[in-house]
Design a binder for this molecule. Sequence first.
Ligand code: FES
Ligand code: FES
Length: 160
Amino acid sequence: MKKPLQITVNGEIRQFFAEPYCSLLDALRDELLLTGTKKGCDEGDCGACTVLLNGQAVTSCLVLAHSAHDSQVTTVEGLADHQKLHPVQQAFVDHGGLQCGFCTPGLIMSAVGLLQENPNPTEEEVRFAIGGNLCRCTGYNKVVEAILAAAQAMQNKLKA
Ligand code: FES
Ligand code: FES
């Protein structure tokens, strides 16, 4: 039987009902209609479902929605500032960090989570942070290039 819960998603308090076994991924996509977060493997292996839960990147298919009760969740829909893309999103566009795009929301959320914790990562740290995000198209180099460029752009903005 569905039970009530409350999660702050992209800064907005959302109250809804979900089955006790419902994953955070399914709650976001099916209850809140936030389909930017992708469902790939549904078992923690591909990273397509990555969101920030209280600031930490998590695979939302492995989190029960009810365990996120009273938490803060950020999805890819919550990154842009009105019409202006988040620097990580912009860098993916500028550096060709995507092809089919299925993995992209998850990769971007992993990158945003990394840059919140470590604003100036090395290439190795970037590769480690996205190690759980599978991409069949890009070969990863342009993704890494994009994340390093985003880090630089965010640093420059802070200094400006
Ligand atoms: S859908 Fe969650 S890790 Fe693949
Ligand atoms: S861009 Fe196609 S899976 Fe990554």
